[in-house]
Design a protein around this ligand. Structure first.
Ligand code: PCA
Length: 157
């Protein structure tokens, strides 16, 4: 089992969330909301307007997202979906837990305010102007930024 912090289209209510709950892809269990302990730029970029966390700690904002416990099958599925290592890279990030999930027991118990670690998909490479794009603290594909997530064009549907 591994933990993955999702901040983009894989979050609840976002266009690719259904991939997290599709049992054919493996298992994913929501643990908690969280935010990164460090600031990072979270930008919407590229011709398909995808969300990218840029691995530039100290710049941008603390990013809010969701931590999931995933099995090996789901981790492999997500790596393929995120096109690791060509488009995204999967690295560890430090997180502050935002809410405590009452039902989870034992070592999975995450208290609000506690610091934990999970994998995150950040941009493998980026264009020179991406770090100066508007930075978000919380991604919403349907937000008022007017940049439409284009799953069809990427063939990711
Ligand atoms: N999917 C991953 C990385 C960016 C994206 O859209 C996520 O939701 O965290």
């Amino acid at each position: 089992m591994a933990r993955v912090f999702v901040y983009g289209t894989l979050k609840k209510g976002q266009p690719n969330y259904y991939r997290m709950i599709e049992s054919a892809n493996g298992k994913a269990e929501f643990l908690t909301s969280a935010c990164t302990t460090q600031k990072y730029p979270l930008v919407i970029a590229g011709e398909h307007s995808l969300p990218f966390l840029l691995n530039i700690p100290g710049q941008g904002r603390r990013i809010r997202g969701e931590i999931y416990k995933v099995d090996d099958k789901m981790l492999k599925y997500l790596d393929d979906f995120e096109m690791v290592p060509d488009m995204y890279q999967r690295t560890l990030v430090k997180l502050e837990v935002e809410e405590w999930v009452g039902e989870t027991e034992g070592e999975e118990r995450l208290k609000a305010g506690s610091i934990t670690e999970a994998f995150v998909y950040s941009a493998t490479m980026y264009e020179p102007d991406w770090p100066s794009l508007p930075c978000y603290e919380s991604y919403d594909a349907y937000g008022d930024h007017g940049l439409q997530y284009e799953a069809k064009e990427t063939g990711l549907v």
